[in-house]
Write a protein that binds this ligand. Structure first.
Ligand SMILES: NCc1ccc(-c2ccccc2)nc1
Length: 234
């Protein structure tokens, strides 16, 4: 899997060389390239923004640098197997299913906007050539798409075979199929008693059936309290 990041802050993505994703890069499972969008500017000030047509506050990212970056990175031939991800507060919610689907992609290009966003014709042009995903992490606005691109990258890449040491841990996570889309139950480790708080007895019983039942009940109760929207049978 090749991942490209188009951004005016390419150093944001230096962090991807650390820990699990770093190992995936070292093992050649993932190939990461961050690009400074200003590479595709030609004026003395390396300008990437301009005032919004129709007025309004702030600035909008000019289409030209994006188009030239696409030309260099992707060429002009349409290829639906290339996924262009645009983190934006106006996108569709990014969910575990999206991470799962994108984990099968051979190529993903993250377009990280700043200012008030990217000239919409960039999205229109990209949509004619590649598979475009305008995705939101949640109902809040950041200063740009970089932080969201990092979060999405981790959610996607950790699902790629060979990246996680123990793939079994994937099946018991919140939102995973095996968890029936419920929130993950509370977890404990040693010591059995800590500052007056004890590990639930059932987890010390060695009775796997009772433990599995307790965990299912905990997941359902937690989901009912915090995320009733995830419960389908109520
Ligand atoms: N939903 C998270 C998210 C993603 C992107 C942005 C953003 C802000 C400014 C410019 C471009 C993108 N904000 C929030």
């Amino acid at each position: 899997m090749r991942l490209d990041y188009l951004t005016i802050f390419p150093e944001f993505f230096d962090v991807l060389g650390i820990s699990l994703l770093g190992k995936a890069v070292d093992n050649g499972i993932v190939d990461i390239h961050a690009h400074d969008l200003r590479t595709w500017t030609h004026d003395r000030h390396r300008t990437v923004d301009d005032t919004p047509c129709g007025g309004g506050a702030g600035m909008v990212m000019k289409p030209d640098p994006w188009g030239e970056a696409f030309d260099d990175l992707l060429g002009a031939d349409p290829d639906p197997s290339v996924h262009v991800v645009i983190p934006t507060p106006s996108g569709t919610p990014f969910r575990q299913d999206d991470a799962a689907q994108l984990s099968h992609a051979d190529r993903i290009v993250f377009c990280c906007g700043r200012y008030e966003g990217i000239d919409h014709r960039v999205i229109d042009y990209a949509s004619e050539h590649w598979s475009v995903h305008e995705l939101s992490l949640g109902d809040y606005v950041l200063n740009g798409g970089e932080v969201a691109a990092l979060a999405m990258t981790e959610a996607i890449v950790r699902l790629v075979p060979g990246v996680l040491g123990n793939p079994e841990s994937l099946s018991e996570e919140s939102y995973s199929q095996d968890q029936e889309g419920l929130l993950e139950y509370p977890v404990y480790t040693r010591p059995a008693s800590w500052r007056g708080w004890d590990v639930p007895e059932v987890l010390m019983s060695g009775h796997h059936g009772h433990i599995a039942q307790w965990r299912r009940e905990q997941s359902r109760e937690l989901t009912r309290r915090r995320r009733p929207d995830l419960l389908t049978d109520e």
